[in-house]
Ligand binder design. Structure first.
Ligand SMILES: Nc1ncnc2c1ncn2[C@@H]1O[C@H](COP(=O)(O)OP(=O)(O)OP(=O)(O)O)[C@@H](O)[C@H]1O
Length: 297
């Protein structure tokens, strides 16, 4: 039997909550070993998608394959291959960090060393503290520790670094890179676009339950949206121009000024800029459609 190159395959996935259409025909794949970011505004359908893939939520229709299994018909052996960090922090029990991790480690056939996970998630100083006594960001680290303790083949991270301070976020990024180097497939949702850009190979952008773009992180968005911006100050104020040849423009400006142009910057649009353009364009297209519909009605 050959193992599929895809860790996850989703075809025409639909989900309704009563009358509310949360997913309206979403299709994508996640290759084995890659880190894939699912991006989108609040309420776009990211958690719904992830929860269906995890087997926590039924779908209305469509096909889903996760590590060779339909999550709607999961087995314990399949569940043991997943690592899950849910959006909401789990109930803080009376156990200490170490006790909780030892307990979970015992549930998996190939679990990681508890001390190793405590160090990797920056919880050493809090190892003997009850989880109920931890700060929000520290509890989130426990969630991440619990997600990786079972050495998952596929790790789901739903807004994993919410509440982390900047240093903790950087530490988390190194941990994710290490897991990726070990071959872990990762599905990440985050509202921190710099995080998605740092960690992911590819991303899908979801809006109102539809996938509006998918591709390599450096290919997301229209080509125009990635054109660099050259900005400088002249007598009239700040000026800027988009150009595919920023070096030529900077050289021309330097010649014109006879010295370094004041406040010169060459800006490459960030993933966040590109993402905001994409979602705004989608909203504009939707309102254009509804205007047409109104005229027809
Ligand atoms: N259990 C539920 N019952 C009814 N509607 C729901 C339920 N869960 C989610 N929804 C609705 O489905 C839509 C998609 O929600 P979902 O949680 O998947 O979005 P999201 O992209 O994860 O958002 P966020 O970034 O805020 O976490 C939203 O409009 C939400 O209100």
């Amino acid at each position: 039997m050959t193992m599929s190159d895809e860790a996850v395959t989703v075809r025409d996935l639909r989900k309704r909550y009563g009358q509310m259409v949360a997913l309206d025909g979403v299709s994508f794949e996640i290759h084995r070993g890659e880190t894939f970011a699912l991006l989108g505004p609040n309420g776009a359908g990211k958690s719904t998608t992830i929860e269906i893939l995890e087997g926590y939520r039924d779908r209305s229709s469509g096909e889903v394959d996760v590590l060779g299994t339909d999550p709607g018909h999961s087995t314990l052996a399949w569940k043991a291959k997943l690592g899950i960090v849910l959006q909401s922090t789990a109930e803080a029990g009376t156990m200490t960090v170490t006790e909780q991790l030892r307990h979970f480690a015992g549930l998996f056939p190939r679990s990681r060393d508890v001390d190793e996970v405590i160090d990797a998630t920056g919880l050493r100083e809090k190892a003997k503290v009850r989880i109920s006594k931890l700060s929000g960001g520290q509890r989130r680290r426990v969630d991440v520790a619990l997600g990786i303790i079972g050495r998952p083949e596929l790790l789901f991270l739903d807004e994993p670094t919410t509440g982390f301070d900047p240093e903790a976020r950087r530490d988390f990024w190194s941990l994710i890179r290490q897991l990726k180097a070990e071959g872990t497939t990762i599905l990440l949702t985050t509202h921190y676009l710099d995080e998605a850009a740092q960690l992911s190979d590819r991303a899908g952008v979801i809006n109102h339950g539809r996938l509006i773009d998918i591709g390599r992180i450096d290919e997301i968005g229209e080509a125009d949206a990635r054109v660099p911006i050259v900005r400088w100050r002249d007598r009239d104020g700040i000026r800027q121009r988009r150009t595919t040849e920023p070096a030529a423009l900077v050289t021309a400006l330097a010649a014109e000024f006879g010295h370094e142009p004041p406040e010169l910057e060459v800006i490459r649009p960030s993933l966040e800029d590109i993402y905001l353009d994409l979602v705004a364009d989608d909203a504009a297209a939707e309102s254009a459609v509804s205007e047409t519909e109104e005229v027809v009605a």
